[in-house]
Write a protein that binds this ligand. Structure first.
Ligand code: NAD
Length: 479
């Protein structure tokens, strides 16, 4: 047992209702001070086989369990999460360096809500029967089987439960592979699920590295669904692994989303929206990292942005007063810095930041804003996944739309405008899974969520989650 932030965390896998060790381990390191937190079981093909087999065995009984009972158990998991919000928040902050205040008051309550929402949605899921020449059509939502869920480190428990809850609600069993940089809260969730009474084998966790665990898991012939959140290159590897079995995929990938600020916008709001993009030290897939500002207000916008962003308090994420914490890992910080140095070499000017925070040391990277990057520069087209924004200007609505749509991504877009008619016109032309008008990050679990172009494949949320995690069946009965 490891103790992290005063909380006991089992570093083993969770397979068939039992803790399982591996011969090897890997060291989980906190981004706060780069201190080791725990030696985690390092899974491989054998642990994947065992977990898929356990999930496969548990599937028929779980699939037959009534909707009411499945919903009751998912609410019991939510109760368990709510009882342990402070512990989950402390452990997640130690593990991924995101703010304790948002884990306490935003993320962990939302984790519980993920379970409650999909439990309740299950109870009203369905179609009205309909008739064809006197025959009755009845659509049923049959669970698909074993689901492989693979998640990233930037919002570990939040993103995992966004998949686990609907997959289990639908009557599937699950094998979760958490990111190797943030394995801890998945382990706590296994404890909570067991205490809630989830039958053995319904929920399994295999810890380890991407290729060693994710590889065999995504190629496994008994896996009936793969839901992945992570980067585009990994998605390509997963799609190739899934191809021989034609395993259906849901992919939630990266972005390079725009924030369009029109001259008619409420400038205070626009600046607030822009500065918010540094949240979680920029490690947010949905972040609008390209600020596209109408030329006539660009100077004023920039001045106000620099003034406000200059007041961001960077530091220890365990302090309630901190606004942004460290990067997740030294390798990630070096990757972010690589983008920044290449942007400078390409001719972009850093109006703010532009390097690690030397005062704080460690993995703290200064919030950075670039202007003047030449068209086509890497910094304008590739996802950095750090606290790095770019500023570009436009003169016309057409130009704004062309710039907004000018990358291979299409995850989200944010608009600041005081003209509802313009908002409607521009929104219609944007390629994005989510568009926010005069707001950001407002997410309802009922809404479809996902990305266009290389930002993903498929949508999850509400009925769309159940569409993915179920095999829909239409039964036609003669009169
Ligand atoms: P990543 O692709 O490196 O890793 C994600 C997960 O995939 C990890 O668990 C990793 O171990 C696993 N993995 C790695 N290689 C694998 C393989 N060969 N087979 C199977 N699994 C494998 O991504 P990351 O660095 O952890 O996360 C950052 C990325 O995630 C960014 O691109 C970000 O935009 C994206 N993201 C997207 C969303 C969304 O909802 N669209 C949300 C959060 C993060």
């Amino acid at each position: 047992m490891a103790t992290v932030a005063g909380v006991a965390v089992d570093p083993g896998h969770w397979i068939g209702g039992e803790r399982v060790r591996s011969a090897g381990t890997f060291t989980d390191v906190s981004p706060i001070g780069e201190t080791p937190l725990a030696e985690i079981a390092r899974g491989g093909a054998a642990e994947v086989d065992a977990a898929v087999a356990a999930a496969h065995r548990a599937f028929p009984a779980w699939a037959r369990t009534s909707r009411d009972e499945r919903a009751r158990l998912l609410h019991a998991v939510a109760d368990g999460v709510e009882k342990r919000i402070e512990e989950l928040a402390q452990v997640e902050t130690a593990d991924n360096g995101a703010l304790i205040r948002s884990h306490r008051r935003g993320v962990m309550p939302r984790v519980a809500h993920n379970f409650r929402f999909f439990a309740d949605w299950l109870l009203k899921l369905g179609h009205d029967d309909f008739e064809t020449r006197g025959h009755t059509n009845h659509v049923s939502w049959d669970p698909a089987g074993v689901c492989a869920l693979i998640t990233p480190w930037n919002a570990p428990l939040m993103l995992a439960t966004w998949k686990i809850a609907p997959a289990l609600a639908a009557g599937n069993t699950v094998v979760l592979k958490p990111a190797e940089w943030t394995p801890l809260t998945a382990s706590l969730l296994a404890d909570i699920a067991a205490e809630a009474g989830l039958p053995d084998g319904v929920f399994n966790v295999v810890q380890g590295y991407g290729a060693e665990v994710g590889g065999p898991l995504t190629a496994h012939p008994d896996v009936r669904r793969i839901s992945f959140t992570g980067s585009v290159p990994t998605a390509r590897t997963i799609a190739a692994a899934a191809a021989p079995n034609l395993t259906p995929l849901s992919l939630e990938l990266g972005g390079k989303s725009p924030l369009l600020v029109f001259a008619d916008a409420d400038l205070d709001l626009a600046v607030d929206l822009a500065v918010e993009q540094y949240d979680n030290a920029g490690q947010v897939c949905l972040a609008a990292t390209r600020l596209l500002v109408e030329s006539s207000i660009a100077d004023e916008f920039t001045a106000r942005f620099l003034e406000k962003a200059g007041r961001i308090r960077q530091g220890d994420p365990r302090e309630e007063t901190t606004d942004i914490g460290p990067q997740i890992h030294r390798r990630h910080l070096e990757r972010v810095d690589g983008f920044v140095q290449r942007a400078k070499a390409d001719g972009a000017r850093a109006l703010m930041g532009g390097g690690p925070n030397e005062e704080l040391g460690g993995l703290y990277y200064r919030p950075t804003l670039f202007a003047g990057a030449p068209e086509g520069a890497e910094i304008l087209t590739e996802e950095v996944f750090g606290p790095v924004l770019t500023l570009q200007t436009f003169d016309t609505e057409d130009q704004a739309v062309a710039m907004a749509n000018g990358t291979r991504f299409g995850l989200a877009a944010t608009l600041a405008t005081g003209d509802p008619e313009r908002a409607r016109r521009v929104t219609e032309r944007l390629v994005a899974g989510t568009v926010w008008v005069n707001c950001f990050f407002v997410r309802d679990l009922k809404a479809p969520f996902g990305g266009s172009r290389q930002s993903g494949m498929g949508r999850e949320g509400g009925d769309w989650s159940f569409d993915f995690y179920c095999d829909l069946k239409n039964t036609v009965t003669a009169p």
